[in-house]
Design a protein around this ligand. Structure first.
Ligand code: ADP
Ligand code: MG
Length: 680
């Protein structure tokens, strides 16, 4: 029988009621059960003589019970059972509350292990409700499981004890192929699983943990690898002649080293007949558009049509203007197709595209879903697509088109992480800003500065410049936070009565958002009050102040994105973070923002201070949830499993060989339906 076919209700200790409790813990199968790992261990091996116990510390000692526990009551009427235990070096008064059952396990004159916190009072050392064990069990580390109401760690321990042999008897293929296991010094699954639940000592536990983490990371990377090779198909479009240099030479500036490197990497990809599938990560202002332009030019010169897509119409409009200017005099045709154009102009553009008269078509993502037919689409550029998960990346290929694709993202992710998150994409990084960029001065202040900040903003608006004020999203019941709508109203009535204020928030219709944004872009709106919807990269060079209210509510990377909305023109720009949060962590985060403008450094710090939740919590990257591995703490194993993956895929790119059956099954399980990924 396969492990998946064993009903856990019939495992000794489970029964109908516990079945439901287990389900609450996410345990539905035997497989889930044996992979339900302890969150901690009680270490019964590290004994302390009573005389050496530091009061208030958690420790384990071995001692003889002086007399059978004596029943009594506390002042509040709680049942107590008291005894005194000794190990020859000292004594401890032990009190067990409310459990006759626990107390009855202790017998005068016998030795036990006591685990818990020891406190000191006028009576001497005391211990309340210790975890106790008799000496007939082998001393070791005892698992502590994540719990739900109605089930104790002890119950889960016994259920797993019964489940493990069933699991090992069942037919299954190990996820880690044998030769890989040997090469990377990984333990057998049987050892790893038994030990993670019931370790004999810390050294064994370490080996087991490492093995299970290795297995999980290998599975994750193998899954990403399968996605990467999936559906790529072949393309009819290849770059035969690299003419990027002539384009680059025509630009009014010199490309940075990082920009040049990225162009080279892409051209190399596009010389092959496997479609390019590349992500470029570059901080705001690092010049991703110029890179895209060099590629668009080269693609066109090699006979391809291209599409360039942006998440909003405004952004598409900006790209159109930039590209039109850059392509002037090259003889290439650039066109803009947006929903708001007249029916007639849309028709004309579509026709020209279908006839192959347009080389570069700019628009929103609707370009691909609408009835736009290209005559020779060979290259697709997508801007700011970082919000899309793994799943969406396949859309193009699934339409039966296999153009080269180039995705631009301004969300810096620590490099080590992006290797995994974007494991299905090739990655280029623009980690260098053009020379001579002025730093955006950043300040963190408390709300007592608000009046002064308003005056500072007014001074700039009077000079014809513009500003943003960003508020966090407000959930109902969060009364101490300011919602963008109310905020804008008050400003309109008071401090900014003589100014033109606009409001932008997520609940607005896409069309209204765009309208507001373009009124801001044209200068009609001077001060824009907004939620984070303003994050996505519209360029308003005239905006020079970014104020963020309740700044502690934002992740560092998000603050950095927001800050990137200013400093895009010639004028000196400012970012002002308002927060009244006094915690150490909040302070540390504000301090980092004031100290550096480097998005990658900020991303690393964000990871350190907030943990990977910011990158993975919202599942924005569509990665499956991990049980034991941590992408940030197990970097070393991330690298090793990457190498292991290389070896495996080199031999068996689709994981169809017999030795990889287990791995493929593990991949399918990890990337199961709740992660919305389909792997065939
Ligand atoms: P982002 O990476 O944020 O999309 P953009 O492509 O919009 O950045 O570039 C920001 C600005 O920097 C643009 O005005 C662009 O013309 C300019 N720029 C790009 N590359 C360079 C460079 N190598 N030297 C100087 N300016 C550059
Ligand atoms: Mg951009």
């Amino acid at each position: 029988m396969k492990s998946g076919e064993i009903n856990i209700q019939y495992i000794k200790g489970v029964g109908e009621k516990r079945l439901q409790l287990l389900e609450k813990l996410g345990i539905k199968s035997l497989d889930d059960l044996v992979h339900f790992y302890p969150r901690d261990y009680l270490d019964f091996t590290d004994l302390t003589p009573i005389s050496k116990i530091e009061p208030s510390s958690v420790c384990v000692f071995c001692a003889t019970v002086g007399f059978d526990p004596v029943a009594g009551y506390t002042g509040r009427g709680k049942a107590t059972f008291k005894t005194t235990v000794t190990d020859g070096t000292g004594t401890v008064h032990v009190t067990i509350f409310n459990s006759r059952f626990a107390a009855s396990a202790l017998h005068a004159g016998e030795e036990y292990l006591f685990y818990g916190k020891v406190t000191k009072s006028k009576n001497g050392l005391e211990m309340a409700n210790p975890t106790m064990e008799s000496l007939d069990r082998e001393p070791g580390l005892r698992p502590v499981y994540p719990l739900t109401a109605g089930i104790t760690s002890g119950v889960i321990t016994r259920i797993i004890e019964n489940a493990l042999p069933l699991y090992f008897e069942a037919e299954s293929n190990a996820a880690i192929p044998d030769d890989i296991r040997r090469k990377f010094n990984i333990a057998h699954e049987k050892f790893a699983l038994s030990t993670i639940h019931f370790p004999k000592n810390k050294a064994d536990l370490e080996i087991a943990r490492r093995s299970l983490i290795f297995e999980e990371l290998l599975t994750l990377q193998a899954g990403m690898r399968l996605l990467k090779s999936h559906d790529r198909g072949k393309t009819d479009y290849r770059i035969e002649r690299d003419c990027s240099d002539e384009f680059i030479g025509s630009l009014p500036f010199t490309l940075t080293g990082a920009q040049l490197r990225t162009v080279r990497e892409c051209i190399a990809d596009m010389k092959r007949d496997i479609p390019m599938n590349r992500l470029v990560q570059g901080d705001v202002g690092s010049g991703k558009t110029a890179v895209a332009a060099a590629l668009l030019y080269t693609a066109a010169k090699n006979g391809m049509q291209s599409a360039m897509m942006a998440p909003t119409e405004i952004l598409a409009g900006q790209h159109f203007n930039t590209l039109s200017a850059m392509m002037k005099g090259t003889g290439l045709k650039v066109a803009l197709l947006t929903g708001s154009a007249t029916a007639k102009s849309k028709r004309e553009i579509k026709q020209a595209v279908a006839q192959g008269k347009i080389d570069i078509l700019v628009g929103t993502h609707a370009l691909l879903s609408e009835d736009v037919a290209f005559s020779r689409l060979g290259f697709v550029v997508t801007d700011e697509q970082h919000r899309f998960g793994v799943r969406q990346r396949g859309t193009l290929a699934s339409k039966g088109l296999h153009p080269h694709t180039f995705v631009m993202s301004a969300t810096p992710i620590p490099r080590t992480l992006s290797l995994i998150i974007y494991g299905d994409l090739d990655l280029s990084v623009i980690d260098e800003l053009p020379k001579g960029r002025q730093k955006i001065s950043t300040y963190a202040v408390d709300s007592s500065y608000r009046k002064r900040i308003y005056a500072f903003i007014r001074k700039h608006l009077d000079k014809g410049l513009q500003a943003y004020i960003v508020c966090p999203l407000v959930e109902e019941g969060e009364s101490d936070l300011i919602s963008a709508g109310e905020y804008a109203e008050t400003l309109k009535e008071k401090e900014f009565a003589d100014y033109r204020i606009g409001l932008l928030h997520g609940k607005m219709k896409a069309k209204d958002k765009e309208k507001t944004m373009s009124r801001f872009l044209s200068g009609e709106i001077q001060l824009l009050v907004s939620t984070t919807v303003v994050e996505v990269g519209v360029d308003v060079p005239n905006a020079v102040i970014m104020v963020v209210e309740n700044a502690e509510r934002f992740g560092l990377s998000q603050l950095h994105q927001l800050r990137g909305r200013v400093g895009r023109g010639k004028e000196k720009s400012y970012c002002i973070l308002i927060t009244d949060a006094g915690g150490e962590n909040a302070k540390a985060r504000m301090e980092i923002m004031c100290r550096t403008n480097d998005g990658f450094q900020i991303a690393d710090k964000d990871l350190e201070l907030r943990g990977p939740g910011d990158f993975f919590g919202s599942r924005q990257h569509g990665l499956p949830e991990l049980k034991i591995a941590s992408l940030t703490e197990n970097m070393d194993l991330v690298r090793q499993t990457r190498n292991a993956c290389d070896a495996i895929f080199h031999r068996d790119p689709e994981l169809n060989e017999k030795e990889n059956v287990g791995l493929k099954a593990a991949v399918k399980k990890l990337f199961s339906e709740e992660n919305h990924l389909s792997l065939n």
